[in-house]
Ligand binder design. Sequence first.
Ligand code: CA
Length: 670
Amino acid sequence: MSFKKNILLYMLMCISLFATAQDIPITKASFDAINLAYPGLEKVNKLFNAGEYNDAANALLTYYRNRKNIKHPDFNVGDEARFRGKDIGKANQVKADNALEHKFQPQKGYGYYDYGKDINWDFWPVKDNEVRWQLHRVTWWQPMGMAYRSSADEKYAKEWIFQFRDWANKNPLGKSKDNDSFAWRPLEVSERIQSLPGTFNLFVSSPNFTPSFLLEFLNLFNQQTDYIPKNYSTEGNHLLFEAQRVLGSGSIFPELKQAAAWRKSGIEVLNREIKKQVYPDGMQWELSPTYHVATIDIFLKAYNAAKLAGAEKEFPESYIKTVENMVIATANISFPDYNNPMFGDSWPVEKSSRIKAFAAWAKTFPQNEEIKYFATDGAAGALPNYLSHGLTSSGFYTFRNGWNDKSTVMILKASQPGEFHAQPDNGTFELWVKGRNFTPDAGCYLYSGDAEVTKKRNWYRQSRVHSTLTLDNQNMVITKAQQNKWFTALNKPSNNGEGAGKMDILTYTNPSYQDLNHQRSVLFIDQKYFLIIDQAIGKATGNLGVHFQLKEDSKPVFDKAKNKVYSTYSDGNNLLIQSLNADKITLNEEEGKVSYIYNQEIPRPAFVFEKPKRDNKTQNFISIVYPFEGSKAPEVAITENTGNSLEKGEINLTLTIDGIKRAVKTSLIK
Ligand code: CA
């Protein structure tokens, strides 16, 4: 044996002596969680049966260091070269290096705090619950693993192993009710079991990662995953996340005895919830486009985790079919710039990031030509074979004359009651014409917090800041729309003019208030403009208002004599909204705001057509929403309406627009 080899051996011994200093002895019980009959563990099993527990643990570590058939989506053994010497991003590097000094950032909204040389896991620098909960997500562990992969510096591995053990020692389940409520809140546990497998793969090749530590890791991972199904959150997205991650654990560590049961549990919950939370038309029950898309990702992440472990057949076919429907529903409620209306708690998206999302979805549904179309921005695949299209069980109605940047698209919400992220806004819509969203929803501005924050959030939730009808500016008490008619005239773009003379019609009734039904009809005339007929039906009395909001930069002209409002964009792409009532209507400006970014708001124009309701007689509003080219708004009037009978649901009138007559004759309800 050469001198060099001796030195090397000596060094290895030192390393292993140092590392084993904190190792706990390996016993028969150390293997309790592991299914030693799992294919690939034959050698481990043999040594275990011979009572050679140290050697069995060694063989198990060798197995994991060479395990390539189970794929993690981001980090795998054997792809070290992919990361060596590579930049892991400044934010990750800072997280990893601060972690070496026990400086952790518990939650993104706050900074780094020093948790002490002897880590104080109870430290609560800001009394925001999220700060204490999210500390236990240990989100800096994976960046430490990335820094290790990039630098090959053992300091990261030593420190991570130290912290893993320190966390385990100081936060055992059952330590106290208080500590359990933070460190063992099921959502936090699920965050850990989601990130730990990737971190495991990043560190498992380290000489500091000993056979004894491997068993400690697997046993704690086992305990944590096992804890969740017994303590699932009762509902909502927490439950979805937890189920998805339990399933993920069962997929990424199939060698654990509980793996099949975890997969089964996750699949059962997700399959039960997907049936409960997704309408037959593919919309998720929170009726917020942002949460709808987030839910697609949860369902698909679960499915793909199962797929990586070869367990996707454990999902029923209906599950993946539902997710496919959800993706198509997303396309239907998208404008040509890939944005969705900001209904409920929703936010705008960058076109590129939504295309990326479609591309990721397309991988699961490679045979779906429509998804392919949106995944490639139209370079491949095929458009849906419809234009205007209603998601009639959830109540999202899209009027559309095309799918490109020259198109006119209105998306209107007339829904069933929604869950947490929904607002009392039935009837509201966003109208997108030739690249411009003229009537963005106000958004939601903030989530939840103290009284001041809640007050600000509630401003955005008001019915009156949506394009719909209110009584005395109050919030709708009930949002439960009943669709009376949904008719679409054309299935293809009318670029040869065949849209002329055609009409798409929606009529729904919402029992908005005690003794007041709001019946709204929207006529998409000639695939070009909209007539909106609002009927306030019932014995309630008070002040009626039909509200509209415009984009922040639309610089509208308010013509109060003619009850007309129109934008003045210098590019000539403009919108007219006018009341065509023959009876007295008052046009009033209102406070308007819109929030595109969390905690940021901007003023914008808003207005209302108002009139009193003094008795049990139905009151009607007829408004035209007319996109036009140029700077001069068209002259619009109803010039003939002798056959008209809104009481009977019959429309029979003549519109005259810049001198050109257009007869409108249809039934609103039949
Ligand atoms: Ca809204």
